[in-house]
Design a protein around this ligand. Structure first.
Ligand code: PLP
Length: 410
């Protein structure tokens, strides 16, 4: 990637390269979040657990405010929020913690095929440790059908974990219906809402959610902090802590609170709630502009994910006969992700796209565009051009593409 100066200071109509379109991986911290954190990296340095002096009280005030901000974003109570190091830890605490707490009732856990690795790998570990696991499929759009949950529930089912929205294809799951089914059957319902919180409406009571994971760095907050919502009444949910120590966070997650990060998480969610509807509307327009811009110039594309039940900032496309990795490399000035390389050490095609029924080639041919708060119209137009040019260049060299067009070997 070309080196360029700080990307937000320029006016919105000025194009600065490279263009960041990988907002499902992480987001740029909002300057207002950074501003809110700064005092807590300096003068306000007390330990929020120090109850005997002013240094501790000031830090605790910051953490308390953040806890209220997080709770408000979910329709929860502040005492139901447990701060963690991120969504990976929140998922681990929710899934292992609930499975262990309820193991005398039963050892059957249900999750879905298109979940994030932080859920799937956690559930797989439980599978190695004696729990029985059922993985329900998703449909061709990446959606879990609520009707697929009831038939797999058993008397010994203690936990269902289904994500609120997909980090890969943006598909939104019917968590309210799934939550209702779990509540009626007395099964704990966990949702990884990392991509959903602050972007689409989530309300833990209306949605019948018992445990909910979120992360600050996906909503313009800092990396290294997140939270788990743990229902305290109707019904109260129990967890076995996964981190022992000083008994912080009501004993559910010991460790001194990273107050600057926690303050950043609170501020990020406050801003997200204030601006969610306007931002969603803006992102939807930009996303459609990008989709049209590419579809108008490039043949043989397929939209991955649900056409409407979808995060406004997500566009996931497969380009027939093009390798997503090669395409990504061919457009170095646009930062996106491909369906073949979730992590650079793992060149396997995305398990999500495979679970949706794509063949390996189409899964490898995918690109994920993640538009966000700082994405501009000029960036979208640049990205559409860059994609069209790169696909054209790659297909010129593709005998398979030529054959598919002419029906003749070349
Ligand atoms: C990013 C992400 C995670 C992991 O969050 P961290 O805070 O980076 O640990 C988990 N689930 C989903 C859906 C995500 O998008």
């Amino acid at each position: 990637m070309r080196k360029s100066p700080s990307p937000v200071e320029a006016p919105r109509h000025v194009l600065q390269l490279p263009v960041y379109m990988d907002n499902h991986s992480t987001t740029r911290p909002d300057p207002r979040v950074v501003e809110a954190m700064l005092p807590y990296f300096g003068a306000i340095y007390g330990n929020a657990a120090s109850a005997s002096h002013r240094f501790g009280w000031e830090a605790a005030e910051g953490a308390d405010r953040a806890r209220e901000q997080v709770a408000r974003a979910l329709g929860a109570e502040p005492r139901e929020i447990v701060f963690t190091s991120g969504a990976t830890e929140a998922n681990n605490l929710a899934i292992k913690g609930a499975a262990q707490a309820y193991q005398r009732r039963g050892k059957h856990v249900v999750t879905a095929a298109a979940e994030h690795k932080a859920v799937l790998d956690t559930v797989r570990r439980l599978g190695r440790e004696g729990w029985e696991i059922t993985v329900v499929p998703c449909d061709a759009t990446g959606r879990v059908d609520a009707a697929s949950i009831l038939p797999v529930l058993r008397p010994d089912t203690v936990l269902v974990s289904v994500m609120a929205a997909s980090n890969e294809v943006g598909t939104i799951n019917p968590i309210r219906e799934i939550g209702r089914i779990c509540r009626e059957r007395g099964v704990v319902f966990h949702t990884d809402a990392t991509q959903a919180v602050g972007k689409i409406p989530i309300e833990v009571n209306d949605d019948h959610v018992d445990l909910l994971s979120l992360s600050a760095h996906k909503v313009y907050g800092p990396k290294g902090v997140g939270a788990l919502y743990v229902r305290r009444r109707d019904p109260m949910v129990r967890l076995v802590p996964q981190m022992d120590g000083g008994g912080h966070e009501r004993g559910m997650r010991s460790g001194t609170l990273p107050v600057p990060l926690v303050v950043g998480l609170g501020k990020a969610l406050e801003l997200a709630m204030e601006e969610r509807d306007a931002e969603s509307a803006r992102l939807l327009v930009l996303r459609e502009r990008l989709h049209r811009g590419i579809a108008g110039r490039v043949e043989g594309i397929r939209l991955n994910g649900h056409p409407t039940e979808r995060l406004p900032g997500n566009l996931n496309l497969s380009f027939a006969y093009v390798d997503g990795e090669a395409l990504m490399m061919a457009m170095r000035d646009v930062a996106v992700s491909s369906g073949a390389a979730c992590t650079s050490v793992d060149p396997e095609p995305s398990h999500v796209l495979l679970a949706m029924g794509l063949d390996e080639d189409m899964a490898r041919a995918s690109l994920r565009f993640g538009l966000g708060r700082f994405t501009t119209e000029v960036e979208v137009d640049f990205a559409a051009d860059a994609v069209a040019e790169a696909v054209e260049r790659l297909r010129v060299h593709s005998a398979a593409w030529a054959f598919s067009k002419t029906g003749r070997e070349v």
